[in-house]
Design a protein around this ligand. Structure first.
Ligand code: GTP
Length: 222
């Protein structure tokens, strides 16, 4: 996808967001559905073996922004070593569980929130809870009420999605990136440099071991 200039001749800001959650909850499928909505769902999708990222232009109430979406393996043996790289410069996180798998929901509290607090300055990160596979209502193990309690406790919003049907997938990414962008705009208006500092920032960011599916990697580090 190109980074065409916006109205003021500037590139849209680019924000790194990361996907977190147990193996098999559908992180890769959600990113694939967002970046390639017409592709049929691949039920043979293989487990992520390291870190991958993709980029996608998204709309916010304050214009277009580019999301660099990082997807890592939910499997413990990969995640532990990769997480410091994964969280570096991240501005938002999507915490994913599978509504048909209570264990994947419990892991959010027991594992992923701890990892977040250990590796990232959690206050700076915008967070969104996503309950995926809501096309499998008959097999539901996690009620919406339980998820809403979690959100109230940790101060985040939530959506239920289906990477299979596409329901709420774009909405989830747009919601998170909207929060990220608003935070950046607020921070920017507090500093004298203003919004210009967020556009076209390029620190030559380079990722070891990541499969870069995108040609550019200018990250908004504000
Ligand atoms: P790791 O890479 O191991 O961390 O897993 P992941 O969280 O990326 O899960 P992945 O996207 O690989 O999906 C795991 C399985 O769930 C695959 O067989 C997907 O086809 C299936 N799946 C993902 N999302 C959905 C969904 O919304 N509905 C249904 N029915 N199946 C889904």
């Amino acid at each position: 996808m190109s980074t065409r200039a916006t109205s003021a001749g500037q590139k849209p800001p680019l924000y790194k967001i990361v996907m977190l959650g147990d193996s098999g909850v559908g992180k890769t499928s959600l990113v694939a559905r967002l970046t390639n909505p017409d592709r049929p769902m691949n039920h043979d999708i293989s487990a992520t073996m390291g870190i991958e990222f993709d980029t996608q232009m998204l709309d916010t109430e304050h214009g277009k922004v580019k999301a660099q979406i990082w997807d890592t393996a939910g499997q413990e043996r990969f995640a532990r070593v990769l997480l410091p790289t994964y969280f570096r410069k991240a501005k938002g996180v999507i915490l994913v569980y599978d509504i048909t798998n209570a264990k994947s929901f419990e892991s959010l509290r027991e594992r992923w929130m701890t990892q977040l607090n250990d590796h990232a300055s959690s206050d700076d990160l915008a967070k969104l809870l996503v309950g995926n596979k809501n096309d499998l209502e008959a097999s539901r193990e996690v009620s919406k009420e339980k998820a809403e309690q979690f959100c109230a406790e940790y101060g985040m919003e939530m959506l239920e999605t289906s990477a299979k049907s596409g329901e709420n997938v774009l909405k989830a990414f747009e919601k998170l990136i909207g929060i990220v962008h608003n935070k950046a705009l607020e921070a920017s208006s507090r500093s004298k440099g203003g919004i210009r500092n967020m556009n076209g920032a390029n620190d030559g960011f380079k990722i070891d071991g990541a499969e870069n599916k995108s040609a550019d990697a200018n990250i908004c580090g504000c």
